[in-house]
Design a protein around this ligand. Sequence first.
Ligand SMILES: Nc1ncnc2c1ncn2[C@@H]1O[C@H](COP(=O)(O)OP(=O)(O)OP(=O)(O)O)[C@@H](O)[C@H]1O
Ligand SMILES: [Mg+2]
Length: 270
Amino acid sequence: MVNIERLSTGIPELDKLISGGIPKGFFIALTGEPGTGKTIACIHFISQGIKDGDKCIYVTTEESASSIITQASQFNINFQKAIQENKLIIIDALMGKEDEWSLKSLEIEELINKVIEAKKKLGYGRARLVVDSLSAFWLDRPAMARRLSYYAKKVLSKWDFTVYGTSQYAISTSEAFGWGVEHIADGIIRFRRVVRHGRLHRYLMIEKMRQTEHSLYMYEIEIVDRLGIVILGPISERKEDYALPKKVKDRMIEAKEKGSDEIGGEEFDS
Ligand SMILES: Nc1ncnc2c1ncn2[C@@H]1O[C@H](COP(=O)(O)OP(=O)(O)OP(=O)(O)O)[C@@H](O)[C@H]1O
Ligand SMILES: [Mg+2]
């Protein structure tokens, strides 16, 4: 069997779900509703890249570069230092600033030119790129999603990049915004959220990972101060049964028997 070089995601339990990591050169789509952990997963991926000596580029369209640096620092990750040491470049597409590493428009060509310029500055060698979010580049033309993401993937693959691109889910329809990216992607990590009994729960699932034997389960995750994403465990039972105190479970069963079957939240189990 051909031995595949894999890059750690920076979340050890997640690496275990995908046979050790992301195959080098892959283009991974991270999709999910707001606040489900996509940006934090990107921060882990870049943090690991810095540790592994990869050239790292983080493109941010939803938050400013300084917001990303602050968020990372809450998980004991020092992006400021990595920037000073020429290991990381954050490209800011939000603030419309005039400096070297800002994008003036959300055009895919401008993004790619800027990323290549950044790669040249960082030097030769294995590289990691995050585009958070990629769907921002076709906000005003969703029909172009597939073509634009295909173009980005083709160009970037020549530059030794392994790529994370985030895309949002339309909350109302639960459809991926800019659906094209999921077919182009070599892998899909899907984030979800559910409110169950008045508490927010978050989940992650590997929906696709080419050339990889991967877990088929949905995992509950927790975002923890100073640590970041922690994977709690697979959801193997009905979601109502999972990790709830007996008292709560009993009340839910009671409610069910009375005929009100769902106590709030999205249904994802059959
Ligand atoms: N220091 C922290 N400690 C605990 N939880 C935190 C901390 N920082 C952020 N979070 C949690 O992480 C959430 C944000 O996650 P993240 O930014 O990765 O979401 P996202 O999927 O990128 O959302 P969007 O699509 O809106 O960008 C916050 O809403 C909060 O619940
Ligand atoms: Mg985000």
